[in-house]
Design a protein around this ligand. Structure first.
Ligand SMILES: [Zn+2]
Length: 265
């Protein structure tokens, strides 16, 4: 059995503040420890659940956040910045499931720790074919292109709710209950490491209940920027790229991967 794990940082146990997730900030080094410990708990749980091949992608910011000398030896790890067209190196249709660890709710979600969609500075919100979409939906679509279902998502309570709303049948684990963008009721990381494996094991056992995520084409992506100058920076050909209003760009495409790649260019 093969499982692909993608790891973001905002939803990791013990994290609630942007300074904890930003390289160069005072609190970042201890967050790397929290991140690495949670990744190790997840890899151990997957090994216990029978996974024979595990790829773990460091998906936060630069993709260089793990403490490499402390990583669990039973997985291989993808490091470094990602390109959308090959966001999950090594992924193919032979994988049995995908797991999203430490994720966060989409931009604009009320009482959600560090809610955003890809960029804190640029993106106000995204809509795909008329429905709001955040990073969970994006990642699930990319896995879905290979026929691989997302079987498990962890993060705060709003992250878990978004995953269920977007994906339907998926197993979730709450690392914290958010009460605001930077506040919440946090579970002690040690408790999370002890508990997360139980849900992970169930997700692996019952993975057939989860299906690969897809949205039928043709596709329209509406991108609302934080301000008008971010929208000004793009070229509009009025054929497949349109300016809807001061800060909104609309992309049309028949090819989903190409559309997702164009979204951030
Ligand atoms: Zn992140």
């Amino acid at each position: 059995m093969k499982i692909y794990v993608s790891v973001d940082m905002e939803g990791i146990a013990g994290i609630a503040y942007k300074e904890q997730t930003t390289r160069g900030e005072l609190l970042y080094p201890e967050s790397r420890q929290l991140l690495t410990d949670e990744v190790n708990a997840v890899v151990e749980a997957l090994v216990q659940a029978g996974a024979e091949e595990i790829i773990v992608k460091d998906a936060h910011a630069t993709g260089l956040n793990f403490l490499y000398d402390r990583l669990h030896p039973s997985a291989s790890y993808v490091l470094g910045p990602a390109v959308m067209a090959n966001r999950f190196p090594g992924l193919d249709a032979t994988f049995d499931g995908a797991v999203l660890i430490g994720y966060h709710a989409m931009a604009g979600t009320q009482e959600a720790i560090l809610d955003h969609s890809w960029s804190f500075a640029d993106i106000y919100g995204l809509e795909l074919n008329g429905a709001p979409i955040g990073e969970i939906g994006f990642e699930a679509l990319l896995f879905g292109l290979h026929g691989v279902p997302v079987i498990f998502v962890s993060g705060d309570d709003k992250t878990c709710a978004e995953a269920k709303r977007q994906l339907g049948s998926v197993f979730t684990y709450e690392t914290k209950k958010a009460t605001g963008r930077h506040s919440g009721l946090l579970k002690a990381p040690k408790r999370v490491y002890a508990e997360i494996g139980g849900v992970m094991g169930e997700a692996v056992r019952r993975r057939k209940e989860c299906s690969a995520y897809s949205i039928p084409g043709p596709y329209e992506m509406k991108i609302s920027y934080m301000n008008t100058s971010l929208a000004d920076a793009h070229y509009y050909n009025e054929t497949d790229t349109f300016r809807l209003d001061g800060r909104t760009r609309l992309l049309k495409d028949d090819d989903l991967l190409r559309l997702l790649s164009r979204t951030f260019h």
